[in-house]
Design a protein around this ligand. Structure first.
Ligand SMILES: [Zn+2]
Length: 412
């Protein structure tokens, strides 16, 4: 499907639903926010919180309960996000069956409970499931009591937590970090831009773009982008030199509506944002485009490299084909070698693509002639491994980009 060379001919990747490149608003079915109780004594569920997704709830018998999960609209990629609170009037075990409309089971359920005295939901553990390949459903056992627990497809990194998370990681609150409202999503949520730099106004400087969370369930890629920002703002000689040379412009939460509404993939316009980088029919992609496009004509600024973070079922890098000439050239190929060398025990896959699809990476290439990367993190990567890989990758990137900029300075 990727064989076509021109943008006009691209109609979707193998896993995309039909008509994915038509990014004019499509209808979505909003999930009713409610609390439902069934059985006796009652078992309760609720989707009345940010990031929730639960469309219906039934008792199949005394011990088994079915939860219906439906997407925001269909057809849609198989990334069935869910999130709900569940509790019972009496302490009991329950068998929960996740039944997906338009999808089959994908994400291992994560159980979170309210932790005192921190007053926040914290991830506790994964719940093992029994997967029925014929029906695509997944079943698990859980202990219920009067205090609600949250069960979700991935940790709930919703927009109300975004600023807190950046503060606790030390990204914002520093003199060289600007946290600004770049614009408003379709439903009026803020799309935030994080700018990190110690470059002087009159200094000629290259720009690094960091994007993430175009797709709501892709939490591991989002967390990787935050760890990158943490490294870029850290108090090391490398990070300081990088900030004195480069300007980092980051959009870690591009689809805030999708995240808070518990969407599987789309924004509130029912569109896959990472297929809208040619027509720009959606406000979120326009906001990010406009934050970068002025650089093209600016005397002192030069777009240099762009990373778009995502998640999938493996650690995989999607570079631009090595034969395609970019300026600077083959940053990604050099960087991936470093990442693999620094993390020899971790499996990474590399799959190069042409630049025909209307995705963020290709917009950066077509607009600025630069190299760019779609950086995909395994959905099931452990916290520790995510931290180690992301930190080492951020450091090797800083070293590499500083070298490349030095080379350009020498040539001029
Ligand atoms: Zn994605």
């Amino acid at each position: 499907m990727i064989s076509c060379k021109s943008t006009e001919e691209f109609s979707g990747f193998s896993y995309d639903p039909p008509d994915v490149t038509n990014t004019i608003d499509k209808e979505i079915s909003p999930q009713p926010r409610r609390t439902i109780g069934v059985g006796s004594p009652k078992v309760w569920v609720s989707n009345e919180f940010d990031g929730a997704r639960l469309n219906d709830f039934y008792a199949l018998n005394d011990s088994t309960f079915e939860i219906l999960i439906a997407p925001e609209n269909a057809p849609i990629n198989n990334s069935p996000w869910y999130g709900f609170k569940i509790w019972s009037d009496s302490v009991r075990m329950a068998k929960i069956q996740l039944n997906y409309q338009d999808a089959t089971h994908r994400y291992v359920p994560k159980l979170q409970s309210w932790v005192w005295p921190d007053s926040m939901w914290q991830e506790q553990f994964e719940l093992p499931v029994e997967y029925d390949t014929a029906s695509g459903t997944a079943t698990f056992d859980v202990l219920l009591a009067e205090d609600p627990i949250i069960i979700s497809a991935q940790p709930l990194n919703t927009t109300p937590l975004f600023k807190k998370e950046l503060s606790s990681r030390g990204v914002i609150g520093k003199k060289f970090t600007k946290f600004r409202e770049a614009g408003l999503s379709k439903k009026g949520r803020t799309v935030w831009e994080v700018e990190i730099t110690e470059v002087k106004k009159e200094q000629k400087a290259p720009v690094l773009a960091i994007l993430s969370r175009q797709h709501p369930p892709e939490v591991t890629g989002y967390l990787a982008s935050l760890i990158f920002l943490e490294e870029l703002t850290s108090d090391t000689d490398l990070a300081r030199e990088f900030r004195e040379t480069f300007i980092v412009k980051a959009f870690p939460m591009i689809n805030p509506d999708g995240v808070d509404l518990g969407h599987w993939r789309h924004n509130a316009g029912g569109i896959d944002l990472n297929r809208d980088w040619e027509n720009f029919n959606q406000p979120e992609t326009r906001i990010v485009r406009d934050a970068f496009s002025w650089i093209k004509d600016h005397e002192l600024r030069r777009m240099f490299y762009a990373i778009d973070f995502h998640s999938t079922n493996e650690n995989i890098f999607y570079p631009i084909n090595e034969e395609i000439q970019t300026n600077p050239d083959n940053i990604t190929q050099k960087w991936i070698k470093e990442i693999m060398g620094d993390n020899p025990d971790i499996k990474f896959t590399v799959e190069e693509f042409d630049t025909s699809s209307p995705i963020a990476k290709n917009w950066f290439y077509h607009t600025f002639g630069i190299d760019a990367l779609t950086y995909e993190v395994d959905d099931r990567i452990g916290e520790q491994q995510l931290d180690i890989v992301s930190r080492s990758a951020a450091r090797s990137l800083m070293r590499l980009l500083l070298d490349e900029w030095d080379k350009i300075a020498l040539e001029n």
